[in-house]
Design a protein around this ligand. Structure first.
Ligand code: NAD
Ligand code: MG
Length: 378
């Protein structure tokens, strides 16, 4: 029986991963969350892991008291989350949001766990280092992001060197078809209304700005060893074709399905086997599939991410850090929607050029980008 450690268990991906764990009968040996200890306690009582970790120290202390009648160990802080990621278990599913996921991924890789990766910021900020560590430790990184899972599934059976192009689909988000002038005064509520997916707040805003697609381009560059120019982003409103590949002979292979994150989560956990069916795709109902070029004039975060990965070094970490801070500012009502891209651009313009970088350099670049955003938000 697979032993699963789940980081970010109380979030959108985390709770769906637990549905998959129930369906597959996995043993869950570790659970980690940021601060939502009410749900974490419920999950701990159901799955009886060896340990749980809570990033927030105060919340961890409270949970320790609540779980005092059990023999579940309660760890705390970033150190505790990293410790949990290296504990008893075969696979670590990282569903933490933001760059906070990077160190736990590295800790899991160094403990030789298979990585099921939902936390895209891990590869966006630390791609080169993460890949080097994974190779050194003989660890596989299996994508959970639906597009990357679709690409990975499409590549099964494709001979090495046959991948010509990646076709990365995007829903277009809630503001599809809008122009800059329409987006001056959009509310947080409107930006949080995604047409096809129900997700955590940060990634939902990233979908509205198309930053999410930009982050996914960077993620794909690392996962599939391609150049940014080999990735074509297609706006596909129906979210049925989850992404695909074009091979050397011009054949296009893609994965289709209903928009349901349990499918890619499950595939990352059962790979190379296939799991259970959660929902059947009725192509007659889907009927029409459309593909369009993204509007990069209006949604500038996408080209900014392309520029960041082309420049390389810590540039992707800079755009990511600026975006995390700007999205937090937008969600808190402190900045306007269009300012998110402005702030990401301003940070990228000031990004240091460090071709050979360390984990410390990544966090320094992240902090610098966040400080720049904080200055403009005050
Ligand atoms: P979410 O906000 O719903 O959940 C985030 C989880 O991480 C929560 O359990 C939270 O408690 C935990 N967390 C936050 N900070 C933490 C920290 N410092 N240490 C430990 N735990 C921490 O987010 P989500 O929508 O589930 O997304 C998670 C990740 O998966 C993101 O990187 C996102 O881009 C990616 N992703 C999500 C979806 C989706 O459908 N939700 C799809 C593709 C990729
Ligand atoms: Mg995605």
């Amino acid at each position: 029986m697979k032993k699963l450690i789940l980081l970010g268990s109380t979030g959108s991906i985390g709770t769906q991963a637990l549905e998959v764990a129930r369906a597959q009968g996995y043993q869950v040996t570790g659970l980690a969350a940021g601060s939502n200890i009410t749900l974490l306690e419920q999950q701990a009582r159901e799955f009886k892991p060896v340990a749980v970790a809570v990033f927030n120290e105060t919340a961890a202390q409270q949970l320790k008291i609540s779980l005092a009648d059990t023999d579940i160990k309660v760890l705390s802080g970033e150190v505790g989350v990293c410790e949990l990621a290296a504990m008893e278990g075969d696979t670590v599913l990282n569903a933490i949001v933001g760059i906070a996921g990077l160190k736990p991924t590295l800790a899991a890789i160094r403990a030789k766990k298979t990585i099921a990766l939902a936390n895209k910021e891990t590869l966006v900020t630390g791609g080169d280092i993460v890949k080097r560590e994974a190779a050194k430790n003989g660890v596989s990184i299996l994508p959970v992001d639906s597009e990357h899972s679709a690409i990975f599934q499409s590549l099964q059976g494709a001979p090495k060197g046959s991948l010509k192009r990646i076709l990365l689909t995007a829903s277009g988000g809630p503001f599809y078809g809008k122009k800059r002038e329409d987006l001056e005064n959009v509310t947080v509520e409107a930006a949080l209304k995604h047409p096809n997916w129900s997700m955590g707040a940060k990634i939902t805003i990233d979908s509205a700005t198309l930053m999410n697609k930009g982050l996914e381009v960077i993620e794909a560059v690392h996962l599939f060893d391609v150049l940014p120019e080999q990735i074509e982003v297609l706006v596909h409103r129906q979210s049925i074709l989850h992404s695909g590949v074009e091979l050397s002979d011009g054949a296009v292979l893609a994965q289709l399905g209903t928009p349901d994150m349990r499918v890619p989560i499950q595939y990352a956990l059962t790979y190379p086997q296939r799991g259970v069916c959660f929902e059947h795709l009725d192509l007659f109902k889907a009927a029409t599939l459309t593909f369009e070029k993204p509007d990069t004039e209006t949604f500038r975060c996408l080209p900014l991410c392309m520029e960041a990965i082309s420049r390389g070094g810590v540039c992707p970490a800079v755009v990511n850090g600026a975006n995390e801070a700007a999205v937090a500012g937008f969600l808190a009502g402190k900045i306007r929607f269009l300012q998110i891209a402005d702030l990401v651009q301003a940070a990228l313009e000031k990004a240091p050029n460090i071709p050979q970088f360390t984990v410390e350099d990544i966090f320094a670049a992240d902090a610098q980008a966040r400080a720049l955003v904080a200055e403009s938000i005050r």
